[in-house]
Design a protein around this ligand. Structure first.
Ligand SMILES: [Zn+2]
Length: 75
């Protein structure tokens, strides 16, 4: 996996749902643990097609409990 987001520096990533630039603190591996509340989104991985989508929490809130790639595309 190579996402180019490793390292401690703050960075931003465009949300795949709304296109907003979202602040990310720390490496991609920390997104799931939500250790840093300045992180504004996280990456979802869909086993069905192996795709990954970075979404802000506003868009994540709009997804169903068991989101699929189609749900992200519909945002
Ligand atoms: Zn969004």
């Amino acid at each position: 996996m190579s996402l180019g987001l490793l390292g401690p520096a703050m960075t931003t990533e465009p949300c795949d749902g709304c296109g907003k630039q979202v602040t990310i603190a720390g490496g991609i591996a920390n997104l799931w643990t939500l250790e840093n509340d300045s992180t504004g989104g996280m990456t979802l991985e869909f086993d069905a097609d192996g795709s990954e989508h970075f979404l802000c929490f506003d868009c994540i809130d709009g997804l169903p409990d068991d989101p699929r790639a189609e749900d992200v595309a519909a945002l």
